[in-house]
Design a protein. Sequence first.
Length: 256
Amino acid sequence: MNKPRLLRADEINCRVQSVTSNNSAVILLYKDARVDMAVLDETYGPMNWMREHTEIGGKLFCTISVFDKEIGWVSKQDVGVESNMDATKGEASDAFKRAGFNWGIGRELYTAPPIFVRLQDGEWEMGNNGKKRTTFQFALTVKEIAYNDKEEIQILVLVDRKGRERFTFGKNANASVPLKQDDAPQEKPEQDIRTERIKALCKHHNITSTVFNDYMKELKLSGKVPNKQTKDMTDQDFNVALSLVHTALNETRQPA
């Protein structure tokens, strides 16, 4: 059975998750349902897959089934979460996209580094709930993305409406030719990727690696993350550790 390909830059969207106290936008990468449909058509053929929505225990599930000539229909299922804009439609779309992740469509987005973008004047405002939010002037698109042989994001470049680079990860500033997937190093250690992500977090918060390690020690002592070196952690544990350190640093940061 064929495997879905990795997503291209033009198939990935950027969403602001929140705005921090120091006026930085926390960005998430995501795909929309049209990308899942296009990749399913491309990989298996328009007539060789189908989707079905089922309500179970008040939750809406989506099942994506793909036909294989050797074994018949193969199905994978996941549950959706309601949208703030349109509960029913949003839940159905979310369930479909989550089921698509089960088939491997866009799963590489989970390897994205923590993305923090410093907002400029006019790009943020105070909302009615007293929390900071971005304005219509702020929007990002993925200009460039590349993966290593483990299908992890190795290069990521985000630009704003004016084409200015606002976030860069893993890219040599002197490189003139974008790295293609086939050109990715064949034996790049996983720890190198994790080291780059830690450096990006330290740079954002203007801290040293020693300070980062102190926070990690506290997390290990409290049992919030496994008592292992970062290179020995699972991807999920490593991502949780980075998120906890980021949250702790934001909470301890004094307002300007």
